[in-house]
Write a protein that binds this ligand. Structure first.
Ligand SMILES: [Zn+2]
Ligand SMILES: [Zn+2]
Length: 444
């Protein structure tokens, strides 16, 4: 937290004095140089993006992806350490005295089939939880990786404009909300410098020249939901001698939504979604158990606690109605909410507003979750922001109803437009990092 106080003081002060001792960043000029450098770097970034997209890897299996990024960063002059938190990597670039600024990308993709029909679509498979699955970068972490490498290249090319240390980290298993914890447990902040500020971005289904952000709560808290209803198996034609767990699962899926609509304060955010149901094998067999897997999201701990109580009560009541044994229930916390630090957001906000104008906007907190929150909880004052991926005209048509809805993250049809999306990522991230170096220089 050493960075937070001087940063904040400097930010507050710059509004009071008429002529700050340190010149303001010339954002228009910087943006121009970033774009020029991006234009010449893009053919390489495009090839890297499409290669990573076509060959995605899932949580904690990202060996080849991490090796590709390690090679890129070594070629730029970074000192790279691999296998931090299993498949993660840390790339350090020292450029004189100054703060350490961290930039994170994720490495992992999702166990699902890509249906975009793109020439570089993935057909790769992996073993996930004991089953073979197709794999798809449908959360866009490949966009993040290309933007991360592009940002590193741009910042190295502009090293006369900042002083300090770049700490670029590539994290495994974000989708399992396990990779950030694994890297921290493996000495991320003891074997390497503890960053004075940190940044991460995520793409989403909005226009590719837009950047959105928030101060304070940036993403939701996630709790997993695992319920096993135990019944008594038997013949489908003799239900009277069975206890049917499929019936319990079906009743629970419907009834649990009344916890959200009737028990939770409707002005507070909270949701439960059941994403998987596993039971049975044939039409004439009543199975002896049914497993439900879902996710619980909230912003505030009081809201979450109330939901957890209601969800557990509903599951137990459903089992009791069927005269079944008590179900097995697990609702462990996966990730905390990401909290954006005003001391980091303040300077970045000024610079990004100057660069993106009315295409840089504050939005309400996102309902997705993110284990970047682990780095924040470990004491890295941070800013997490979002970039869009689709043609502005297509976004406008989807919004006014004249075009089809846009596939979002985790859709098999999620298909960012690579060049302008990566350009927005590189431009916004480079400027955000420069704002942190600049603010620190003013504070000294
Ligand atoms: Zn995701
Ligand atoms: Zn993601």
């Amino acid at each position: 937290m050493q960075f937070a106080k001087p940063l904040f003081a400097a930010f507050a002060l710059s509004g009071l004095v008429a002529l700050p001792a340190h010149a303001e960043l010339d954002v228009a000029n910087l943006k121009q140089s970033i774009e020029t450098s991006f234009e010449s770097d893009y053919p390489h970034l495009d090839a890297l993006y499409k290669d990573i997209h076509a060959h995605p890897e899932i949580a904690f299996q990202e060996e080849k992806t991490a090796a590709k990024l390690a090679a890129e960063m070594r070629a730029l002059g970074f000192e790279v350490t691999e296998h931090i938190g299993k498949t993660g990597l840390v790339a350090i670039y020292k450029n004189g005295n100054g703060p350490t600024v961290m930039v994170r990308t994720e490495l992992d993709a999702l166990p699902m089939e890509e249906k975009t029909g793109l020439p570089y679509a993935s057909r790769d498979k992996a073993t996930w939880h004991g089953r073979e699955s197709l794999v798809d970068h449908s959360c866009g972490h490949d966009i993040h990786m290309a933007s991360w490498v592009g940002t590193a290249k741009t910042l190295v090319g502009m090293k006369d404009k900042w002083q300090g240390t770049l700490m670029f980290i590539a994290q495994p298993a974000e989708e399992e909300v396990a990779g950030a914890k694994a890297m921290i447990a493996d000495g991320l902040f003891t074997r390497f410098p503890k960053p004075d500020a940190g940044f991460a971005l995520h793409d989403g289904a909005f226009a590719y020249d837009n950047v959105s952000y928030r101060v304070g709560i940036g993403s939701s808290t996630v709790n997993g939901l695992f319920i096993k209803f135990r019944g008594r198996g038997g013949h489908g034609a003799m239900p009277q001698v069975t206890i049917d767990p499929v019936m319990m699962a079906a009743r629970f899926v419907v009834d649990v939504q009344s916890v959200i609509s009737r028990e939770k304060d409707p002005t507070e955010f909270g949701l439960v979604s059941i994403g998987a149901i596993h039971a049975g094998s044939a039409g004439n067999i009543i199975p002896d158990e049914a497993v439900l897997i879902g996710t619980i999201r909230s912003f505030k701990s009081q809201v979450r606690d109330k939901m957890l109580v209601g969800i557990e009560r509903t599951a137990k009541a459903v089992a009791a109605m069927a005269d079944a044994p008590a179900p097995e229930i697990n609702m462990d916390e996966g990730a905390k909410a990401v909290m954006n630090d005003p001391a980091v957001v303040g300077p970045a906000e000024k610079v990004l507003k100057a660069a993106f104008g009315n295409k840089f906007n504050a939005t309400p907190p996102g309902t997705a979750s993110e284990d970047y929150s682990e780095f924040v909880a470990a004491g890295v004052p941070s800013m997490f922001f979002n970039i869009g991926v689709y043609e502005p005209e297509r976004v406008a048509a989807a919004r006014n109803g004249s075009g089809p809805p846009l596939p979002g993250n985790h859709s098999p049809l999620f298909a960012p437009v690579p060049k302008p999306t990566i350009q927005t990522g590189v431009t916004a991230m480079t400027l955000a990092v420069l704002s942190a170096f600049d603010q620190r220089a003013k504070g000294q």
